[in-house]
Design a protein around this ligand. Structure first.
Ligand code: SF4
Length: 336
């Protein structure tokens, strides 16, 4: 996670972002963004608000974020918030729910309610309860481990949550040999390579990672000799098999900074490649990535309006909040 800048003028913003895409970050656009960033900075002070942002957010959103990270780091950060009255979550709905679970007394805002997730949508609490009941007839010791990319009511039915960074650790530490792993089939298959336990997978996937093919990776490798391939565990099994490292987004950041290698193919959502290009300018990052339309729903305008009008507040029933918190705390305990 990194500390955000307070505010930035149009020229400095243009100098910083134009190397990513000079058409997307023209002088005019950067002047407009600098005005919005100044407005957000003022509103944050007035509202006593902090902004948490996921690694897949737009580069201009990083400029107003107090913390940037992957889901695990953001879950941990949300738990540690002490001096803010309002949390603006720049990410998707299930992530804002997690912030609310840890901060029931604070106002947690998601700037755009359309910021959902295809993976989280692939499992409902009702379907999960039915499947678990059916499986317990065969595996009475069955435990449910849910990847954090799911709704709070699915988390509330789980014995523990996990992230891509600690999934194998959580599965190996939980006291059962039979695990129903929801909702990502690709992460489940990756975890199965790291445990002798029986993993029963849900059949969901992230539409972003699932559409990246081994042919794309092969083409990039053939075009750039010496390229190190870093893939996210939400990728398909045949893509993961080609990777030099399989890492969560924040672990990718650390790996790229610390590795002596100079050239990397980043196989995940494109926002992470943008963040790497900004933070590690001395190395070369090639993209085999797809944009997540949900993550990109969050804009500077949306964040400013969210702070101005205190919208859209995330609310959760107490029993869902408490159940989800138990599963998330278990993750922090088993997967730390
Ligand atoms: S990248 Fe995939 S898992 Fe993440 S929010 Fe988008 S659809 Fe969901």
């Amino acid at each position: 996670m990194i500390e955000a800048h307070d505010t930035i003028n149009a020229t400095a913003l243009h100098d910083k972002l134009a190397p990513l895409d000079d058409q997307r970050y023209s002088s005019e656009t950067c002047a407009q963004y600098a005005g919005q960033i100044a407005r957000i900075t003022r509103l944050k002070r007035e509202r006593r608000a902090i902004v948490l942002a996921h690694n897949y957010q737009r580069p201009e959103i990083f400029e107003v974020a107090d913390f940037i990270g992957d889901s695990f780091e953001l879950a941990r950060k949300a738990r540690e918030v002490s001096d803010a009255e309002v949390i603006v979550f720049c990410g998707v709905h299930f992530m804002a729910e997690t912030a609310k679970v840890f901060n029931p007394e604070r106002s947690v805002l998601l700037p755009d309610l359309r910021a959902g997730c295809s993976l989280a949508d692939s499992v409902t609490a009702e379907a999960l309860a039915d499947r678990a009941e059916e499986l317990r007839k065969v595996y009475p010791d069955l435990k449910i481990v849910s990847y954090v990319n799911c709704t709070a009511d699915v988390k509330a039915l789980s014995d523990a949550c996990c992230t891509s960074a600690n999934a194998a650790k959580v599965v190996n530490a939980i006291d059962s040999g039979n695990i129903l792993f929801v909702p990502d089939q690709n992460l489940a298959s990756y975890v199965q390579t790291q445990t002798s336990k029986r993993i029963i997978s849900w059949d969901g996937n992230c539409y972003v990672h699932h559409q990246i093919t081994p042919e794309e990776v092969e083409r990039a490798r053939a075009a750039v000799p010496g390229l190190l391939v870093i893939a996210h565990p939400e990728c398909r099994k045949d893509v993961i098999a080609m990777a030099d490292a399989v890492l969560s987004t924040s672990a990718m950041m650390r790996y790229a900074k610390e590795s002596p290698a100079e050239k990397f193919l980043i196989v995940t959502e494109c926002g992470l490649s943008d963040r790497l290009l900004l933070e590690v300018p001395e190395k070369h990052f090639y993209k085999a990535c797809v944009l997540c339309r949900y993550m990109k729903m969050i804009t500077l305008d949306g964040v400013a309006d969210s702070l101005e009008h205190l919208r859209y507040a995330i609310e959760l029933p107490a029993e869902v909040r408490e159940g989800a918190r138990r599963a998330l705390e278990r993750m922090l305990e088993l997967g730390a």
